[in-house]
Design a protein around this ligand. Sequence first.
Ligand code: AMP
Ligand code: MG
Length: 421
Amino acid sequence: MGNLSVSAAQAIVLQHAASLGVERVKLEASLGRVLAEDVCANRDQPPYDVSAMDGFALRSADLLSPPTPLTVVEDIKAGDKPTQTVRAGQCARIMTGAPVPPGADAVIRVEDTQELPDGRVEILRSVVSGNDIRRRGEGMRDGQVVLTAGSEITPGVIGVLATVKAAQVAVYRRPRVAILSTGNELEGLDEPIDPDKIPNSNSYALMAQVQALGIEPVLLGIARDDAQELAGFLERGLEFDVLLVSGGSSVGVHDYVRPTLEALGVSMHFWRVEMRPGHPVAFGTTGTTGTTDKKLVFGLPGNPVSSMVCFEQFVLPVLRRMTGSVRLFRCTLKAKLAHPVRIRPGRTEFVRVVLSRDDADNVMATSTGTQSSGALISMAQADGLLVVPATSSGIAAGEWATVQLLDSTTYQNEPGFEESL
Ligand code: AMP
Ligand code: MG
């Protein structure tokens, strides 16, 4: 296997990811899911011409030389049916959303009118025909496709679904995800503190990364660096659609993950990527893409930041594709560097940064501090990952660079960064 860039590795993982079939859920439980079918309007909205204002429905031709006194023939509230035709010299008091009565061709808002002592109303200015009328079908037309398959269900989409009375919604099934940490040195969250051990943070950071995508993962716990014990855990993990294994994927003599996966019938597609942090990241599969026997396994590096950065680059787009999303990648933006960044060329580097704005309203990127792959606090503080191309040895202060946003809920179609200059 030659040197693999991040984008080449992303292309490989995405070749093996497909949506997992369709289920129906209640509208109330559909937020964050992805629509699996087109949705059509089942009536015109609004169902008739309605007033856009509280005011008076009238004939625009009556207002040629304002002010114009008119006789009020009726009061029409939202939900009422008009009973009178508005004739010359007449108007109807009308509320927002109420049907425009026959004869009227415009609405004038109440602020442009004045009640007269004799019960008539004086219209203070003229309006064009159609003023402040929302036409029948302006919002949606009966039969029109209002939402397409692949749309993510946001609050606005929920509103549209409720408008077409979709009490049940067809969405893509979510993948079942398992998380396993490996390492003799690891101490579980419930175990007492042992000063010689390393707390297992990866299981929980990965759990949260998965949860942030709307998927509830299963934590399998900690496997010791023992081929037999590991095999048992991995076998259990391979019952899930996606298995995330933290640690044990490099080439140390006690790094059993890769050989054990292979012994269990997993084909490994890569085991390192030219990136920093995160070089020793592995990916394998069993089964046929698009069938339920397809399983994806990621061997993520044990170093806490590497594990999270690899999740961002490879696991996130895969999980989004499996949940039916079309936009697979985190949003990127251009930011101006607040200080120089120097790196060793050769690998695409992801630098943890916070974003702010300078006096000229430019987005500025500032490193969150030490960039060691174990420095989890600098990951916790980061708004994004600044991408330094593998062919660069650094970026000068004041230069613009691409930042991949973390924790955004908006996604884009392409990775959005360059790996070579
Ligand atoms: P490995 O990839 O297994 O060689 O692990 C690299 C380093 O990451 C180890 O020295 C551990 O200290 C650390 N590490 C491994 N797994 C975890 C974990 N689950 N939580 C926190 N740190 C870990
Ligand atoms: Mg280890």
